[in-house]
Write a protein that binds this ligand. Structure first.
Ligand SMILES: C[S@@+](CC[C@H](N)C(=O)[O-])C[C@H]1O[C@@H](n2cnc3c(N)ncnc32)[C@H](O)[C@@H]1O
Length: 475
């Protein structure tokens, strides 16, 4: 740790405390509540592996930060979290010591200040002064002086100027260039490039959309409320593709406060998740169609939608979830539906085979939902892909064996990484004898669905998370 205060030589017993030569005579500046919340959330994310989108509303509530201050705290927290990699490159170029030698709490403040300088309209002097004031109040004037000096150097160029200076040459290394420009780890930018078959404009559009703040999507529970009614009540817009979806404006407040959500008529769910769950209900199955299975159900978003639909038809959904606390969430959201929740390992859940439809919404890297989890891109590593691959294959194989002959199996991941999508599906098709269906007709009216047979949705093309869905028919 590089704590400046600890480095000071200890003073002899009984001597007077040294006058802080770096303490100016001015009174301590008032620390702005929005920026302080943002800084404290960034710290919680780093120190406790907190999720910014959970820690932020909690802290705003505790400190009673509302209105414009809450909006600013949200913008600064999420924006700084997303941009951390780009900000670090720039800060490293402006610091006279390696960032690894900078005390982590100072680095949080530097990122927050640099974000304001480069990606907001906050005047430069306010961005620097507010950050320096917070550091001075917490750590004293020497660290504040360091932060001041670094941020002043950051402010000498705008974001485009820094990218021109620091990013790899786009002709020689297009993926590296776009990764830095849109603040994504290189391996994730490469995974997007591989899935899109593009290292040019389309990759740039995908990374840019992934870096933007997404709208909140709601699902209207079938049988309870229509999407039009939900849109009218919430002031949102009916979603373009999901018949049950509603889009709220970005920054429209906490959707949990909306009455239809509190009452259970609606829930927060990305439109891509709705489309993937609905796709599993669409291919024809001969005969009875009343036994459905969700093999990875927690926290229950898709079980809620599938459960509502199968309940309307007079059938039953079995919802399997390995983690007891997540199974409890499924129970809560589906409590008045024809849904049976089982705490079990989906690879061997001990259920009677013969399901008409099975959904495997497998544990995955979540690379398709990075825009909703601001810090996630910096926490994931390429090793996660390999670790998850075995489990994804085993779950999908189990799903195929639990479906009846001719039954439909949907494999869904919130990731466009080819190792988690086509890699898993082609292996399981080969090993199980199941047939892969063309999923595209089961996403009616959705454009840009590629060559099939799997469907990959994208934020820049569909306004959804980058959800992948393959449909199989069991042999
Ligand atoms: C992507 S999430 C599912 C999201 C859920 N379908 C929804 O729409 O809300 C994957 C879930 O699978 C669960 N899981 C992980 N391993 C499992 C296993 N072996 N068997 C059953 N569930 C498992 C995780 O705990 C997690 O809740």
């Amino acid at each position: 740790m590089n704590d400046h205060r600890r480095r000071r030589p200890s003073r002899p017993n009984g001597s007077r405390p040294p006058k802080r030569k770096d303490s100016p005579a001015r009174p301590p500046a008032e620390v702005d509540p929005a920026r302080q919340v943002a800084l404290d959330v960034l710290r919680a994310v780093r120190e406790r592996d907190a999720y910014a989108n959970l820690a932020l509303p909690q802290l705003l509530g505790q400190r009673k930060v509302t209105g414009r201050d809450a909006a600013l705290a949200t913008e600064l927290t999420y924006g700084t979290s997303r941009a951390a990699g780009l900000l670090d490159e720039i800060l490293a170029a402006c610091s006279n010591r390696p960032l690894s030698d900078v005390e982590p709490t100072l680095l949080d403040a530097l990122r927050l200040g640099a974000y304001q300088l480069l990606r907001t309209r906050i005047p430069s002097h306010a961005a620097v002064a507010s950050t320096v004031d917070m550091v001075r109040a917490e750590a004293g004037s020497r660290p504040a002086g360091f932060v001041n000096a670094v941020l002043r150097r950051v402010g000498e160029r705008d974001e485009a100027g820094w990218i021109a200076e620091l990013a790899p040459d786009p002709a020689a290394d297009p993926v590296g260039h776009l990764a830095l420009r849109h603040s994504h780890p290189r391996w994730i930018a490469q995974a997007f490039a591989d899935a899109l078959g593009s290292t040019g404009d389309e990759l740039a559009a995908a990374l840019a959309a992934d870096d933007a703040r997404p709208a909140v999507h709601l699902v209207a529970r079938p049988g309870e409320i229509s999407a039009d009614e939900l849109a009218a009540i919430t002031g949102g817009d009916p979603a373009p593709y999901s018949p049950y979806g509603v889009h709220l404006e970005a920054g429209a407040g906490d959707p949990g406060d909306l009455e239809p959500v509190r009452e259970g008529f609606a829930a927060v769910q990305d439109e891509g998740s709705q489309l993937a769950a609905l796709a599993v209900t669409r291919p024809d199955v001969a005969g009875s169609d009343l036994r459905w299975l969700d093999l990875c159900a927690g926290p229950g978003g898709k079980a809620n939608l599938l459960g509502a639909l199968v309940t309307l038809d007079g059938g039953v959904l079995d919802a399997v979830e390995q983690a007891p606390h997540r199974a409890e969430l499924v129970r809560g959201i589906t409590r008045d539906l024809s849904v049976r929740v089982h705490v079990a390992d989906g690879r061997d859940p001990g259920l009677e085979p013969g399901y008409d439809r099975v959904l495997v919404d497998a544990p995955c890297t979540g690379l398709g939902a990075l825009r909703r989890r601001p810090e996630a891109r910096w926490r994931r590593s390429p090793d996660d892909v390999g670790d998850l691959g075995k489990l994804q294959r085993e779950l999908l194989l189990a799903a195929v064996s639990l479906a009846r002959p001719g039954g439909v199996v949907g494999y869904v991941v919130c990731s466009p990484h080819l190792a988690e999508t086509e890699g898993v599906v082609s292996d399981v098709v080969r090993r199980s004898g199941a047939t892969q269906l063309d999923a595209r007709p089961h996403f009616p009216d959705v454009p840009h669905l590629g060559d099939g047979p799997g469907v990959q949705l994208w934020p820049h093309l569909h306004g959804t998370d980058a959800m992948y869905c393959a449909l199989l028919r069991a042999a």
